[in-house]
Ligand binder design. Structure first.
Ligand code: UD1
Ligand code: MG
Length: 447
């Protein structure tokens, strides 16, 4: 199959009024990635060579979003929304030379798996001219119905155009269709808008193809994969389907989730083996976790890389650019941003480490803050290997602490500190023996 080329047309021109949103529907996110991003990404995973995205006027941002997930994306504007068949025709210039497989995808149906696209392509490779993706549903009401005769697909009927008999059919159209490229423009050209909605239905290509003596077939996919999003309730439902699948996959691949339903993954979260995830952990995009890491309860991780054997949390926040090397410990109420925490270093309590390097085996005391921002610019802090930073230290960046240096608790460091040096910036402790007791006695006498 590798030698067959494949193009995908993602139709996404509808604004999605029922989302009640200022942005196009397909930009709403599932697991941290826009719906159109999911569709383009899955197309890429299924080996689609080129993607044409059909957008409404002023939706260039939808093009950019698709292009962030697939290397070859062109955009086409459908100025008037006259139906799914009309939408595909907007990409006519990309279809003229279509040689092999063309798959029409919906921008608002993000859970379609690459494996299912591949199965559709296999059917095209077997010599079918039109391949329809169907699913069985207990609630078929809004969907087009796949009508069969002697087990062969003969038509797709939109719900609004169904006879009462046809309406009872529960084999539904998922919307996604595959075509033999050289036949597609002819089929699209023959569609009319003589139906209940006055639209040019892509689904009419089935009957037209049969009239032309072409080969048409339907394959089945799970309903969950074909859930489309029209409103925020659907968005939440699709998110929940995604999360259940991601949790199951994480466990299948060897991670322990103590309370799976409380852990939320991003579309691209990577987990090693024997990772233990405690309850209420949220992964935003861009997180990579290696083997034998423990993510303790109530932690939030985003664009962070955690190496083997680390412990993160409870209540930790890893922000973009956090790189945690082997065996390091990030404890409670610690925030790490754009910082490299080297092997075996410990930042165990109540700290902010941003724009920094913490050398191997350094120990960062409770309440240490890297003061990285002066209101205009950001500055770096460099802490050497084996350094010991006493509790409640403010490191005013740019700051440099040499290997093995010790900083006394409560210091505000504004100068470089050399290797193995001690720096303390606190006033001397003053003790008056017995003063507290005398003070209390005096006060009591006065009453
Ligand atoms: C479509 C199918 C229906 C199927 C259902 C599955 C047709 C005629 N009907 O119906 O059989 O059961 O999907 O969810 O294909 N779009 C455009 N331009 C248009 C019209 C639509 O870009 O002019 C895009 C929308 O943005 C959306 C997709 O096409 O991403 C589907 O359109 P929608 O109106 O939701 O089709 P359905 O009525 O759900
Ligand atoms: Mg729809």
């Amino acid at each position: 199959m590798a030698q067959r080329s494949c193009q995908a047309i993602i139709i996404a021109a509808g604004h999605g009024t029922r989302m009640k949103s200022q942005k196009p529907k397909v930009l709403h996110k599932i697991a941290g990635l826009s719906m159109v991003g999911h569709v383009a990404r899955n197309a890429q995973k299924a080996g689609v060579d080129h993607v044409s995205v059909v957008i409404g006027p002023d939706m260039d941002i939808v093009h950019k979003e698709a292009a962030s997930m697939h290397p070859a994306v062109t955009a086409h504007v459908q100025t008037e929304r006259l139906g799914t068949g009309h939408a595909v025709l907007a990409a006519r210039s990309d279809l003229i030379d279509a040689k092999d497989d063309v798959i029409v995808l919906f921008g608002d149906t993000p859970l379609l798996r690459p494996e299912t696209l591949t199965a559709m392509r296999e059917k095209l490779a077997e010599g079918n001219d039109v391949v329809v993706l169907g699913f069985y549903s207990n609630e078929p009401d809004p969907y087009g119905r796949l009508l069969e005769e002697n087990g062969n697909l003969i038509a797709i009927r939109e719900a609004k155009d169904c006879t009462p008999e046809e309406f009872k059919v529960n084999f539904c159209n998922g919307g996604i269709m595959g075509f033999s490229g050289p036949k597609l423009l002819d089929l699209l050209g023959a569609i009319d808008n003589n139906n209940a909605q006055g639209e040019y239905y892509l689904t009419d290509t089935v009957e037209i193809a049969i009239q032309q003596g072409l080969k048409v077939t339907a394959i089945e996919a799970p309903e969950a994969e074909l859930q489309g999003v029209n409103n925020r309730q659907h968005l939440a439902k699709v998110e929940s389907t995604f999360q259940s699948q991601a949790r199951a996959e994480a466990m299948t691949n060897g991670a322990t989730l103590i309370a799976p339903e409380t852990v939320f993954f991003a579309y691209d979260t990577e987990l090693g083996q024997d990772v233990i995830i405690e309850p209420n952990v949220f992964f935003a995009p861009g997180v990579k976790i290696s083997d034998n890491v423990e993510i303790r309860a109530n932690s939030y991780l985003e664009s962070a890389t955690v190496a083997e054997g680390c412990v993160v949390g409870p209540y930790a926040r890893l922000r973009p650019g956090a790189i945690i090397d082997k065996g390091a410990k990030i404890g409670n109420f610690v925030e790490i941003k754009k910082a490299h925490i080297e092997e075996g270093a410990k930042v165990n309590h109540l700290s902010y480490i941003g724009d920094a390097r913490v050398g191997a085996k350094a120990n960062i005391g409770a309440g240490t803050i890297t003061c990285n921002y002066d209101g205009f610019d950001k500055f770096k802090t460099d802490i050497g290997a084996g350094a010991f930073i006493g509790s409640n230290t403010a490191l005013v960046a740019p700051a440099s602490i040499g290997d093995g240096a010790i900083i006394g608790a409560g210091s505000v460091i504004t100068k470089p500190v050399g290797k193995d040096d001690l720096a303390v910036t606190r006033s001397k402790t003053f003790v008056k023996v017995g003063w507290a007791a005398l003070f209390r006695e005096k006060k009591k006498k006065k009453k």
